[in-house]
Write a protein that binds this ligand. Structure first.
Ligand code: AMP
Length: 102
C-alpha cells in the first residue's frame, strides 16, 4: 500500500484541499513553491508507464481538477503541472504536481 493510499484512507494525516470520488488533492509535505499541491488518483497506479486505456478519463479528470483549483486559488495565470516517472519518482503511486509561485 502506498503512502498516498494511506492518506486517502485517513490512516496517515495530510492537508487535504480537495476530494472527489476518484481523486484527492493534498499539500506537498516538502513544498518547493509557494503553492505545491499533489493531485492523486484514488486508484493506486504505480507510474505513468502503467496506465491502461481505461485510465483515460481518470487522467483527464486530474487535469480538469488542476484547472479548477488553479482558478480557485487565483494562480491560473502562472502554474506548472508535472509528473515524475520511475527513477525520478519518489512515491510509486501516480500523482501530478501543481506548482506556482504567484
Ligand atoms: P515524486 O518525486 O514525484 O514521487 O514526489 C513525491 C512528492 O510527495 C514529494 O514532493 C514529497 O514531498 C511528497 N510527499 C511524500 N510524502 C508525503 C506526505 N506524507 N504528505 C504529503 N506529501 C508527501
Amino acid at each position: 500500500m502506498s503512502i498516498f493510499t494511506k492518506i486517502i484512507s485517513r490512516e496517515i494525516p495530510s492537508e487535504i484541499v480537495y476530494e472527489q470520488d476518484n481523486l484527492i488533492v493534498i499539500k506537498d509535505i516538502k513544498p518547493i513553491a509557494k503553492t505545491h499541491l499533489l493531485i492523486i488518483p484514488k486508484k493506486e497506479i504505480s507510474t505513468i508507464n502503467d496506465l491502461q486505456e481505461n485510465d483515460r478519463e481518470l487522467m483527464s479528470d486530474m487535469i480538469f481538477v488542476a484547472k479548477k483549483i488553479a482558478k480557485d486559488l487565483k494562480i491560473e495565470n502562472a502554474y506548472e503541472l508535472h509528473f515524475n516517472v520511475w527513477d525520478l519518482q519518489e512515491v510509486k503511486h501516480i500523482h501530478m504536481h501543481l506548482l506556482s509561485n504567484i
